[in-house]
Structure formats: structure tokens, C-alpha cells
Design a protein around this ligand. Sequence first.
Ligand code: RIB
Length: 307
Amino acid sequence: MGRVFVAGSINMDVVATAERHPRVGETVAGSAVLYFPGGKGANQAVAAAKLGAPTTLIGRLGKDAFGEQLRTFLAAQGVDLDFVKDTAEAHTGTAIITVANADNTIVVVPGANALVSPEDVTAPVFARDDVVVSQLEIPQRAILAVFRRATQVRATTILNVAPAMEVDDELLTLVKILVLNESELSFLAGTDLRDCDDPARFVEAARSLGRKDRIVCVTLGKRGVLAVVRGQPLFVAGRPVKVADTTGAGDCFVGALAASIARQAAFRDALYLANVAASVCVQRMGAAPSMPTPAEVEAAMVAGLAN
Ligand code: RIB
């Protein structure tokens, strides 16, 4: 079995719940303030570790109370933190999130995440069966350095293009599996996509990013996931569930996909499992604490087969 390495962000999510999102310039009364471990990198690492993959996180925390709480939480989830540095130069990454009607808006203040450097990623030693994952909440030069090293040993690289931004050309060439949501796909493919669009438009846009043998996965929320593998579309339908909070659902998908690939699962099976895992995640509040156990994913899969 391979291992999962996640180079990425670690945040404390400060969540306000409200009946609806405020409009610009408006104040609305909220109902609760909640603190959840989060950050796309940490969420993905927790998802992979909880699903049984030996998982190492590479990143930075501030030397502060949030940093201590996050370190304790992540260690308890079984994530190896040997390559998570404490840094006195910046505070721990913090996300200010509003959740209303199960939808969220997020402002991320990167703090220590912005200081992750190419030097931080030189210590871990990768092997051919490993899966090396990143997202865009740490500097791209650090991601480039870690993917260069992963590619040298032919490990699988997964880049989650979140949040949407321009991606360095060389970095893109090193990506084996690209994971994005609809708006990130619109941005990267340079085309305007809407929920109501013909699925063929999504396939076309995903195909435009799938150079050589790169796989492109597009998460479509409650509609499921689309993957384009060697130019061919593969669609897995979403599971109808009662959604509490979608924060971290995409990260759950990425972490679960990485864990399955590290276990040498066939890609179609990995895609199916990751889609189910994300559907379990959205039924709970919070990001990292919502990542499912193998038993929960198994139960959801069995329930899906029975329907
Ligand atoms: O993808 C969800 C995550 O985005 C949150 O946990 C928040 O920290 C931001 O990084």
C-alpha cells in the first residue's frame, strides 16, 4: 500500500451560522459561533487518514492557541505531523465562514500557510506507490517543488485547483489528477459554465484540461462527479442526502480519492467511493470533523446498492 502526503493549508474555521447570508452592507443576526479545524490541506489529510491511508501532512502553523488546538486535533485523527512546522512569524491560518441554508461563504486569512516554502517540502521521501496531494492555499512554488520530487519517483500527483486561480504552467504539467468544482473548471478552462448547462459542455471543458494521460475530475455538488479519463467521460451520480453544511465536501472527495488510489483501487472504484464519502461529509457541520469513517462510507455504499 502507498502512503498519502498532503502539502497544504491548515486553518481554524470560525463559523457563524445564520438564517441567511447578509447582502453587501447589511448586518444580519446569527445563531451560533463555532470553531472547527479546517483548511483544505488539513481536511484532505484527515479524510485520507480516517479512511485508513498512512497520511503525512506538510505545512505550517503559527505559535498560538489555534496552532496548538489544530496540532492536537490532527494528531488524534492519525495524521503524521512530522513535517508541520510551527512558525513564530505569522499566526495560524484562519477562515471566517458564514453558513446559512447549508451554503457557505468563506474568507481565508492565510497567516502561516503563506510561509510554506520549497525548503519545507524537501525532507519527506516519496515512493512510486505514494499519492502526493496539494491545493492552492499554499504558495505555488512550494507545490511545484513537492510535485517535482513526486514526479521523479513516478508517485501519483493530485492537484485540487481550489481556490480558483491561475496555475503555473510547469506545475500543471506535473499533475496526474486534477480535481475542480464547476466554478474552478469555468475559470481554468476559460469558459462560462452554469448548473443548467448541457453535461456535454462540462465534458468539453474538462477535456480541454486533460492533456496526455492526465485525469480531470469535476465535482458537481449534489449532481455527483464527472471524470474525464483518456478523453472518455465517466459520470457518478450524487446521492440524495439531507445537507447540513457543504464546507469541506470537496476536500473529503480529494482525501478519499487519494486514500483509495494509495490502496491501488481501480480508478472507477476510487471515484465512486470518494463521491459517497463526500455525501456523508455534507450531512454534518464543520470541515475536518465531518470526514467519514470507513464504516460510515461502507454503510452508505450498501444503502446505495439497496436503492
Ligand atoms: O474547503 C473548505 C476549507 O476552505 C475550509 O475548511 C476553510 O478553512 C478553507 O480553507
